[in-house]
Design a protein around this ligand. Sequence first.
Ligand code: ADP
Length: 543
Amino acid sequence: MHQPGLMMNRPLLISGVLSHGASQFAEQEIVSRETHGPLHRYTFGQMAQRAAQLAHALRGLGLRPGSMVGSIAWNNHRHLEAYYAVSGSGMVMHTCNPRLHPDQLAYIINHAEDEVVCFDATFAPLVRELAPRCPTVKAWICLTDAANQVAIEGGPGVLVYEDLIAPHSTEFDWPVLDETAGAALCYTSGTTGHPKGVLYSHRALVLNATTACLPAVLCLSPQEAVLPVVPMFHINGWCIPYAALISGAKLVLPGPKLDAPSLYGLMEAERVTVGGAVPTIWLGVAQHLEQLGAGLSSLKRICVGGTAMPEALIAKYQERYGVEVRHGWGMTETTAIATLSALGPQDLKRPPQERYALLAKQGKPLPGIEIQVVDERGHPLPKDGTSQGELMVRGAWIVERYYKADRSALVDGWFPTGDIATIDASGVLTIRDRVKDVIKSGGEWISSIDLESAAMAHPAVAMAAVIGIPHPKWDERPLLFIVRKPQHTLEKQEVLDFLHTRVAKWWVPDDVRFVDALPVGGTGKVQKNVLRQWYATGEPQAA
Ligand code: ADP
């Protein structure tokens, strides 16, 4: 029999994160881009007071612990207050991705049974469309003040956030909850079938957010200023909104302005040292800097994930801008970051190209997370860097069961990710594909991620994406879509010759299509289903 530990059993709660941030770093700044344009500036202490006011206001609307509160909002200070007020008072913060199809949004709001939905003025047309289809929602709150409020003609009555919270006390008696209680809810984007809800517990969020502060992860402290470009409406903004209060780091929220010039301006003006975003954002920022001939004067490191970060872009950030890239893997079902690239002491002695190649892999699991790859029968494969199979994950912040599902999502205690991966002897994960994107040619797998990364290394390529297309002899062959950089010429043969020097001969695509832009979905990923439609219909015409 084990000795029971004799420590206090105090729960890990979002309200604890709020109280800690507000008391230990009361004067630390939160800078937030308002939806109507200007920057808003206040402190952790003031944010906590307004979160308390919102918690009272939600109670006043009749909500109780366990109630669901939706949000359709940018990364801004009112959304942040909702994060803390809702979860802190025992309700569930259901962040909705505004870029989902309205049918899917109506589905998830109904499935979650949201009682209140907070939204930014940008999304007023969407709310007008959703309101008649969402009978459980008794109040729509516009995250704004009286001067900037929106009336939705022919739509639901709208409450104005500032008016709603103004009469209430700036103190709230945050309840002591069970740490396993649900705090936040996010749905997968459901490219196949209905979106599925992942209900994060307080414990999962606090553990992930605390881990995110570690030196080897985001390395947050009161000396840092962190910019989550990654949306708070998807995967908890990688838990950065919580990690800032845990670590005392200044928090900079970009609001709706996610274009490269705005982000660059914000990073420079607010002396941002750490950024988190998907690769397409960093690609845009790099292109903008090239056009300006400018550099980054405060940014020290960026955390990227959501899709693979091409090696060439990692090299560019390090060599040209002195910015370290940390490349991570995670999914809705893993709360936020689950693995992250890292260089060990031996790696620092390697030549730069080898280091960039290593950083382009998805790295090692964060503490508390375990990974393995399995074959089609579920048997674990060797960690040899070449045996590839489905990635399985388990740990303290991994989903066990989808919201309202009656069965566990696990297989032998592990969550099957739908990603195809290898793990090498030192534990480094490489994502090769998603199961549904895999290209099987002549019985062998071609990694679309590796091919895309190879194509992106060409100096005239802005973006690249690969899909598998049917082939009578080989079953499938890769087809490469390319967006050229502005003012660059590039022909098919040049691309193929370039790829011949970088990948196995049989991986080189049979054809290359040049297009003006790639279809990018709500979470910054290229929509390969749209590319398959383009292939099937011959659209769009080559650029
Ligand atoms: P969806 O893409 O369906 O919106 P998620 O946002 O949860 O859902 O995305 C999770 C998926 O994104 C992972 O399963 C994986 O396929 C992909 N992904 C995440 N990070 C990386 C990365 N660093 N490299 C390659 N793929 C990644």
